[in-house]
Write a protein that binds this ligand. Structure first.
Ligand code: NAD
Length: 412
């Protein structure tokens, strides 16, 4: 089943379970608005190519829409719908005043030169026009987009509106209103909840074995954070391959190797035994962190996961069937809507800092992030009330908070 279909099914089940009025599901079952546009880019050869782009605005009952933009050839409208709904849930799980959105452009950014990439970034803002804005819909980075792209988008929005609107977009460079700690935030937050999950199960994080699939922004920062806390990072991988060492990989050396060899897979670094991209999910470990793409752990593969704790750093890395199998096998799954909410939480911090033109230091950002992540983890565990399914608990918590807000606004 497609990820969007699974999301709708879960929302239907949870609204029924909570005894919500049927209008709660009827609001949540589709985004409020889905924009499908064509963004023109003048290619180096002189021709103009149009790239299909999406913005899905799911629900804004509790604040402006908020969500990343990914540049990826496999982006689909159903994917952005599902991710926008997940963002609605995520913002309610961590209780920040945003609603859920998501954007995507169907493109392989590796095929564009710098000038074409800049045109695409600026064009996305231009074509979506007044649908975006600091009190309407606030974009952020996601797969294959970064602070440089956010800077172009911020500049384009500011040029169009004739004033600097730093709070328009998050994930910007520090010199133009970015927050300290935003780059590392999602991975750092993953680390915070992984530590909380280990301690809850009586596992000492010092020496605990952690395996990470995906060594990008989220995976690498989660690995670095957990290594600093004394965990043994036994496996890491990227799209091209990976490395395994039961004694623990030297994460700092791996990060340095990666920085020195752009475009190469970490599987080529001679710092561990080479493995395949998917292997970190299945090596002996205490915690597995899928931090790459969707649908990595399925009904067919979940039985091979050995770790007692799975922390979903990527969005939707486990299919419904995969999740059911993990729970049946007694594993704890910390769901994506909780585990990777550190990114949107520090995006919220960035927005707050921009609105106030007053910036916090890194220790302050990390400390505040830990408060939000730990409190949210505890809220979800309390909601579960001893039940194993933390995903359902997170959705119940979020839908109840959202339904209360929509009722207060007279939407139901
Ligand atoms: P990224 O582009 O920085 O990194 C992705 C990594 O995954 C890369 O190392 C890539 O090589 C690897 N990868 C891709 N396909 C793979 C495969 N089949 N097997 C193993 N590795 C593979 O992206 P990111 O920002 O780290 O995002 C990763 C995930 O986290 C995505 O699902 C994204 O939606 C989610 N997420 C990101 C943020 C954020 O702040 N960046 C926030 C919330 C959720």
């Amino acid at each position: 089943m497609a990820m969007w279909g699974e999301m709708q099914q879960l929302l239907r089940e949870v609204t029924t379970e909570l005894g919500c009025s049927p209008s709660v599901y009827s609001v949540l079952k589709e985004p409020r608005r889905v924009l499908i546009v064509q963004v023109p880019v003048r290619r180096a050869g002189g021709t103009t190519e149009h790239f299909t782009a999406y913005r899905s605005q799911h629900n804004n009952a509790c604040g402006p829409y908020k969500g990343g933009i990914r540049f990826h050839p496999a982006v689909t409208v159903d994917e952005v719908k599902a991710l926008s709904a997940a963002m609605t849930i995520k913002c309610r799980v961590v209780n920040i005043p945003f609603g859920g959105a998501k954007g995507g452009v169907v493109v392989d950014p590796g095929t564009l030169d710098d000038s074409e990439l800049e045109q695409l970034a600026r064009g996305y803002v231009d074509v979506l026009g007044t649908n975006l804005g600091p009190d309407k819909d606030i974009p952020a980075p996601d797969v294959f987009t970064n602070s440089r792209i956010m800077a172009w988008m911020f500049d384009e929005f500011s040029r169009r509106s004739g004033a600097n609107h730093f709070s328009f977009i998050t994930g910007k460079p520090a010199q133009i209103g970015g927050s300290r700690g935003r780059e590392e935030a999602t991975g750092h937050g993953v680390g915070v909840v992984a530590l909380r999950a280990m301690r809850r199960q009586g596992l000492d994080p010092v020496g605990a074995r952690v395996a990470v699939q995906g060594f990008g922004n989220v995976g690498a920062n989660a690995a670095a954070m957990l290594a600093r806390e004394g965990c043994r990072v036994v496996a890491c991988s990227d799209a091209g391959g990976g490395l395994h060492d039961p004694a623990g990989l030297p994460v700092d050396d791996l990060l340095a190797w990666e920085a020195a060899h752009p475009g190469r897979t970490i599987g080529e670094a001679r710092l561990g035994r080479p493995i395949r991209s998917a292997d970190p999910l299945y090596v002996p470990a205490d915690v597995v962190i899928p931090a790459a793409l969707e649908e990595q752990i399925t009904g067919d593969t979940a039985g091979a996961v050995q770790a007692p704790i799975i922390v979903e750093a990527a969005n939707g890395p486990t299919t419904r069937a995969g999740h059911a199998r993990l729970l049946a096998d007694g594993r704890t799954v910390v769901p994506d809507v909780l585990a990777n909410a550190g990114g949107v939480t520090v995006s919220y911090f960035e927005w707050v800092q921009d609105l106030n033109s007053y910036f916090w230091d890194l220790e302050d950002v990390r400390a505040r992030l830990a408060v939000f992540m730990e409190r949210s983890f505890d809220d979800v565990v309390a909601e579960a009330g001893g039940a194993a399914d933390l995903r359902r608990a997170a959705y119940r918590l979020a839908v109840r908070r959202l339904a209360d807000a929509m009722a207060a606004r007279g939407w139901l």
